[in-house]
Design a protein around this ligand. Structure first.
Ligand code: 5GP
Ligand code: ZN
Length: 112
């Protein structure tokens, strides 16, 4: 989708600091990091929201890619948080499925 910012990153049309990539997924540094280490992981295939992604295997592969991204950030031992913002109350701004991978500091709970 040419008007989707994450599709444009996946297509190489917008530069990004790539952390992890495989055939179906791409993880890059968030432009406004909320933690010392903050990656955004996307499926390369456009899908607007988690609810639109109905294939359980696709969800599963995305989570495995999130774990691989955390490994690439070297935060497997120290720990990290996976966040998927959904809808208005959840604060989803970019309508292309993505997981945030946050680490590099102790993360408070519950989130504000
Ligand atoms: P959301 O609020 O939709 O869950 O998160 C979208 C995230 O994408 C935000 O944390 C925002 O900083 C990040 N983001 C938005 N546009 C860009 C961009 O062009 N490049 C990068 N690297 N991150 C972006
Ligand atoms: Zn997209």
């Amino acid at each position: 989708m040419s008007d989707c910012i994450f599709c444009r990153i996946a297509a190489g049309q917008i530069p990004a600091d790539i952390i992890y990539e495989d055939a179906d997924h791409l993880a890059f540094r968030d432009i406004h990091p909320a933690a010392p280490l903050h990656a955004v992981l996307i499926p390369k295939r456009h899908c607007a929201t988690l609810a639109d992604m109905t294939d359980a295997q696709e969800h599963g592969r995305l989570i495995l890619a999130a774990v691989a991204t955390a490994r690439a950030l070297n935060i497997e031992k120290t720990g990290y948080r996976l966040v998927a913002n959904y809808g208005a109350d959840g604060g989803q701004e970019v309508m292309h499925v993505h997981w945030h991978i946050l680490g590099g500091r102790i993360l408070g709970w519950p989130p504000g």
